[in-house]
Design a protein around this ligand. Structure first.
Ligand SMILES: [Zn+2]
Length: 163
């Protein structure tokens, strides 16, 4: 994806108030992120690890989500699959809950999805980060198709949040 500035990221949030978007924590090392290999940029708030954020580009403009992540019992051995990139981890997938945009979100409605806890789906898909043995399905589709699928899953998640 195209590198984004802090300002662009803050302006891209669809499911929090302008005040929250101004205050939330944006990574300081944006210039050093591997943008070429990213389908979305995801990060956690270092001060509040249950808060996670992601920004992606959709139809040429950045869209960002704030998420609450719940660690479903640390040390759990159960393997689970990220619904975005379809990587399977032992304990490395978290339920991420996004408040819905607008009035529905103010009324407490939210949308949840199981996503790689480190929000590094793009790197797992490209084989640049290893999730351990058996993490990837054996698939015959190309890398481009896997990337397209991940982007489509993300876009579908975003569409549910903004619906
Ligand atoms: Zn993932």
């Amino acid at each position: 994806m195209k590198p984004l500035t802090e300002q662009e990221i803050r302006a891209a949030f669809v499911n929090c108030t302008k005040g929250e978007a101004k205050r939330l924590s944006v990574p300081r090392d944006l210039a050093d992120r591997p943008w070429d290999d990213l389908d979305y940029l995801g990060w956690r708030d270092p001060q509040a690890p249950d808060r996670a954020y992601l920004v992606m580009e959709l139809d040429g403009r950045p869209r960002a989500l704030q998420l609450r992540s719940t660690h479903s019992g640390s040390g759990q051995a159960r393997r689970s699959m990220c619904t975005m990139c379809l990587t399977t981890h032992s304990g490395g997938v978290s339920l991420m809950v996004a408040p819905k945009a607008g009035r529905a979100g103010q009324q407490g409605n939210s949308v949840g999805a199981y996503i790689c806890s480190d929000l590094a789906c793009s790197l797992y898909v490209r084989g640049k980060r290893d999730a351990g043995a058996g993490a990837r399905l054996h698939e015959t589709i190309t890398l481009e198709e896997k990337i397209e699928r991940t982007v489509a899953n993300l876009a579908a998640f975003l569409a549910k949040v903004t619906a």
